[in-house]
Write a new protein. Structure first.
Ligand code: GTP
Ligand code: MG
Length: 206
């Protein structure tokens, strides 16, 4: 069997922005399609990763100033499933009030979305996981949502240092090595692997 290494595991034929939820129990798209959500601290690269996955330059808005994505944004892909860009948490320069606002909205989304098939939690490969990162992982375990961890911005480290750092993060969070995918939206590293993992989540029986 020959396999084209350059082939996309998932061909994105079409992406459509459905809208955003801006408050707890606020508007959400009237869709029962399977959902996969992307979570992580502000500036970790969620919107960039989403754009890289769907091969669009500026589909999800990439922030020049961190803390920009404040809404839960819904994107329908191939009329088959929905990608959900969650607001970033834990950015120090955001006021306390705004900081506190993301938590109930994200938590209520994660608890109430019955078609949620999985979460991609993004961590910066150069940083130690923060208390917020750990709290999010604990919360996801409690809710029971399958979780993939993507380690972003690998292009900023040498290969050797990146490997070491990935192993260290996996160890410190007690994750299985295969749960952790090094990723770069600049080089495309990890993109195919992540798409494969997401496809498995979407196709898994609910
Ligand atoms: P919020 O919406 O504020 O929560 O941020 P976000 O997690 O969506 O991050 P975003 O994608 O907006 O990226 C934040 C900054 O990091 C931008 O300047 C990006 O260009 C940069 N960035 C994101 N991913 C990568 C990456 O893989 N490599 C490098 N070198 N820079 C990246
Ligand atoms: Mg964003």
């Amino acid at each position: 069997m020959s396999k084209d290494p350059g082939a996309d595991p998932l061909v994105i034929r079409n992406v459509e922005f459905l809208g955003g939820m801006s408050e707890k129990h606020g508007w959400r798209p009237d869709s029962a399609l399977p959902e996969v959500a992307f979570a992580g601290r502000s500036n970790v690269g969620k919107s960039s990763l989403l754009n890289s996955l769907v091969r669009r330059k500026s589909f999800a808005r990439v922030s020049r100033t961190p803390g920009r994505t404040r809404e839960i944004n819904f994107f329908r892909v191939n009329n088959g499933f929905v990608f959900v860009d969650l607001p970033g948490y834990g950015y120090a320069r955001v006021s306390k009030e705004k900081k506190a606002a993301w938590r109930p909205m994200i938590e209520s989304y994660l608890r109430r979305t019955t078609q949620l098939r999985g979460i991609v939690l993004l961590l910066d490969i150069r940083r130690e996981p923060s208390d917020d990162d750990r709290a999010m992982l604990d919360f996801l375990a409690e809710v029971g949502v399958p979780t993939i961890v993507a380690l972003t911005k690998t292009d900023k480290l040498s290969k050797a240092v990146a490997l070491e750092s990935a192993a260290k993060i996996a160890r410190s969070l007690a994750l299985e090595p295969e749960q952790v995918i090094p990723f770069s939206s600049v080089t495309g590293e990890g993109r195919a692997e992540l798409l494969n993992a997401i496809t498995s989540l979407v196709e898994a029986a609910p």
